[in-house]
Design a protein around this ligand. Structure first.
Ligand SMILES: NC(=O)c1ccc[n+]([C@@H]2O[C@H](COP(=O)([O-])OP(=O)(O)OC[C@H]3O[C@@H](n4cnc5c(N)ncnc54)[C@H](OP(=O)(O)O)[C@@H]3O)[C@@H](O)[C@H]2O)c1
Length: 336
């Protein structure tokens, strides 16, 4: 374990799957991150998870964890509709907060979070792990440098198959649905890579007639540099890709979102020969974006470094998602 310079003591609100399987094990390897406690609505579940992950303290309610004076920051992987409530309770209890994406459900809630930051002096960040990958920094450099020629367009697919009625993603009142769960990713990445905000959005959206959540969406975002289009689905064969096209070359980013940390990843290029598949141009040694994210937020607390998942970024991303929902409802282009 890489240990430990100056470090922040963290608590975790809930035994969510993403926390237990991915984020906590990754944060345990952080340079500036100590996981001190975990809380669950069920004490036994908290204790079992603490044992499993070797976390020193376990609590049977989120409130108890927030009363622990040793904890400086909390990570919140609760269902989307509970994010705002527990961010507010956490900062009022004197904790900094890293909360899972989507940070909240509407852009006007971000303004309230900004007021809470000002009032409490605590930091609030959004867990968009993809913003902590070296590979995306490099893609951004390549696209913005003009080495593909003039940027023309980008396309992305993000899909999985999940029809379990009990899953939080399939419950509308929990902030379920494909746009909140995965449409936020091609949105945040296209904004990051192009370094621009989309001017307007047009969207097709199909709801599951029984579940009531959006299960398939195809979206066009018009950026000043050109359009980006993506399809996301929660009931399709699992697949992920992002491709950026210039006038001379295209680059392809495979497994762009749930990027594995246990093997090298690459950027692939095609220079215009349609009979050849894309070739690796750059490789990246394995890295864990959740470890990097935890450390980045710890450094934001310790040294006041800027954090990529900022409130400004969350607000801009949510404004795009809102334009997508409005376009799907009313038809046509919606100004972002
Ligand atoms: N960044 C990423 O890679 C990534 C990946 C997946 C998910 N996420 C985000 O992480 C969050 C959690 O997703 P998940 O799939 O891990 O969720 P999950 O496994 O369903 O866990 C959610 C947890 O919230 C707690 N909870 C409190 N009130 C609840 C309620 N009314 N209903 C259900 N659970 C409740 C439960 O923990 P206790 O019983 O222990 O209290 C539960 O285990 C979401 O915001 C999602 O968008 C991010």
């Amino acid at each position: 374990m890489a240990r430990i310079k100056e470090a922040v003591k963290w608590g975790i609100l809930s035994t969510a799957k993403i926390g237990v399987e991915k984020v906590i094990p990754a944060m345990l390897n952080g340079e500036h991150t100590i996981i001190h406690a975990i809380a669950s609505r069920n004490l036994k579940r908290a204790e079992e998870t603490a044992d499993l992950l070797q976390i020193p303290a376990a609590y049977g309610s989120y409130e108890e964890l927030l009363r622990d004076p040793e904890i400086e920051a909390v990570y919140i992987p609760l269902p989307n509709h509970l994010h705002f409530e527990w961010i507010e309770k956490s900062v009022r209890a004197g904790k900094h907060v890293l909360c899972e994406k989507p940070l909240v459900l509407t852009s006007d809630m971000v303004e309230k979070l900004r007021e809470l930051e000002r009032e409490t002096g605590k930091k609030i960040g959004e867990g968009f792990m993809v913003l902590h990958q070296k590979r995306w920094d490099r893609v951004r450099e390549i696209v913005q440098s003009g080495s593909l020629g003039k940027f023309v367009t980008a396309v992305s697919i993000f899909s999985y198959y999940l029809d379990d009625k009990e899953n939080i993603r399939n419950i509308p009142e929990y902030g379920g649905g494909g746009i909140y769960d995965i449409g936020c990713y091609p949105t945040v990445i296209s904004r990051y890579v192009l370094g621009e905000e989309p001017v307007r959005a047009a969207a097709y959206l199909q709801k599951d007639p029984d579940l009531g959540i959006d299960r398939l969406s195809s979206v066009v975002l018009e950026f000043p540099s050109g359009p980006v289009s993506f399809t996301v689905s929660t009931q399709m064969v699992p697949f992920q890709i992002f491709q950026f096209f210039g006038t001379e070359k295209m680059i392809e980013v495979q497994i762009p979102f749930n990027t594995p940390h246990f093997r090298s990843m690459s950027i692939r290029v095609n220079s215009g020969n349609i009979y050849e598949s894309t070739k690796i141009v750059e490789s990246f040694s394995p890295e864990n974006h959740y470890t990097r994210q935890g450390d980045a937020f710890s450094r934001a607390i310790l040294y006041d470094e800027p954090f990529a998942g900022s409130l400004d970024n969350a607000e801009k991303n949510l404004k795009v998602l809102e334009a997508i929902f409005t376009s799907a409802r009313e038809g046509g282009w919606i100004t972002v």
